[in-house]
Design a binder for this molecule. Structure first.
Ligand code: SDX
Length: 390
């Protein structure tokens, strides 16, 4: 599907990828999944309903959604041997490294004798991944805090099961907090897809070679882990913490960013496409205030983030470069209030983005016109020269 239209980004013509899944207008700050505005989906839909929409192109009927939910609940168990995979890793392992490698390991159980492009197998793989990636993520969290892994509870919703797997333990019953449940479902919706971002482009490029969905998504998770991409939500909390501990004050920090001291950046700000306020950031910012109030948490880091945003938005350096808060700027404050360790933040981004990765892989692989990806190059090296005679 590449090469349909060639757009000129500066000095290199880049063949645009054609996709019908997500539309972004960076100047207007518009984001739509299959034509539906993100603001309406965020307020009225659920993570699984939006996942179906992204993958199948239309909103599910009540029966379709019920069947999808039921299938996912019935595939949450990991193979018992796969659980031993975690014991080979140090408790200090970064959960993103655990996520991508455990997912790849999962393919050794399900891909050995399958045709990765058979439609029924793709459907089953879709359900398995949506059901099991959150369990792998929760086990990575439990591993990092030295607690026992819990079994999934299929009587719970997708989000509630995930919360219990992370915060429940064998010593006492776990009570679902509806505030956390609603906030996490919203955050997952906001992350579900974002057109040809670096990790989704990675999934498509790997998938275009004929690699199976596990290998493609595992590569996408690795791309997402970088601090310029999904790793930014973790980097924002670290940045806010450093400002708070140093006592240098927000304006001094902003001045260091403007002077590009030690390459410091305002993490959670700026975007390859949005040259306006990221519509997701607005919704996350609203949710951050609601969640902290509902939980009775007064986190100075939220005040710090709001002060940082206000100073930056009024500063010509950021205005000239069209730098606004992106989806990662406020998410960490909410994840922290929920009780997730900072290193789990990008894992939460990956769980949210999984339906989008799957949708793009399927869109590409269901189209017979798809060619193997081959990004164009502009050669800037030496002209031909003879090897020196000796
Ligand atoms: C995500 O693509 C997607 O859709 C991604 C994503 C998704 O949903 O998949 O939206 C998720 O990855 C959001 C972005 C998360 N990353 C961060 O928050 C990291 C901090 N932001 C930057 O590193 C940067 O803004 C990028 C990487 C996000 C975008 O970089 P660009 O568009 O290539 O901008 P650039 O590097 O060309 O910068 C243009 C100017 C430069 O200044 P000058 O050299 O012209 O003087 O803006 C400056 C940059 O130095 N700049 C920043 C800055 N981002 C850009 N200066 C300070 N702080 C920043 N954050």
């Amino acid at each position: 599907q590449t090469g349909l239209t060639t757009l000129d980004y500066g000095f290199v013509n880049t063949a645009a990828t054609k996709s019908a899944i997500t539309y972004i207008d960076g100047d207007q700050g518009i984001l739509r999944y299959r034509g539906y505005p993100i603001e309406q989906l965020a307020k009225q839909s659920t993570f699984l309903e939006v996942a179906w929409l992204l993958i199948h192109g239309e909103l599910p009927t009540a029966d379709e959604l019920g069947g999808f939910d039921e299938k996912i609940r019935r595939h949450t168990l990991l193979h018992e041997d796969l659980k031993r995979f975690f014991s080979a890793l140090p408790h200090t392992a970064h959960p993103m490294a655990v996520l991508s490698s455990a997912l790849q390991a999962m393919s050794t159980y399900y891909e050995s004798d399958a045709n990765p492009h058979d439609p029924d197998h793709v459907e089953l793989t879709t359900v398995r991944m949506l059901a099991k990636l959150p369990v792998i993520a929760a086990y990575a969290h439990k591993k990092s805090v030295g607690q026992a892994f819990l079994y999934p509870d299929n009587s719970l919703s997708f989000v509630d099961n995930f919360l219990k797997l992370n915060f429940g333990n064998l010593a006492e019953p776990y009570e679902i907090d509806p505030v956390l449940s609603k906030a996490l479902d919203l955050l997952l919706i906001l992350h579900e897809d974002h057109e040809q971002n670096a990790s989704t482009s990675t999934v498509r490029l790997v998938g275009s070679t004929g690699a199976n969905l596990y290998a493609s998504v595992s590569a996408g998770i690795n791309a997402l882990s970088g601090p310029l991409h999904g790793g930014a939500n973790e980097a924002v909390l670290q940045m806010l913490g450093r400002i708070q501990e140093s006592g240098e004050g927000v304006q001094r920090f902003v001045d260091r960013v403007k002077n590009k001291e030690d390459g410091v950046k305002l993490m959670g700000f700026g975007h390859r496409v949005y040259k306006n306020y990221d519509p997701r950031a607005k919704l996350v910012k609203e949710s951050a205030g609601e969640v902290l109030r509902a939980l009775g948490i007064n986190d100075p880091l939220l005040d710090l983030a709001q002060e940082l945003e206000q100073i930056a938005l009024e500063d010509d350096y950021f205005k000239e470069r069209k730098l606004y808060p992106n989806v990662d700027f406020y998410t960490g404050v909410i994840y922290k209030a929920m009780g997730f360790p900072t290193r789990m933040f990008t894992v939460l981004f990956a769980i949210g983005r999984l339906p989008g990765w799957i949708a793009h892989w399927r869109e590409m692989n269901l189209d017979p016109q798809t060619k193997i990806g081959r990004p164009q190059q502009l050669y800037t090296g030496s002209p031909e020269r003879p090897f020196p005679t000796r």
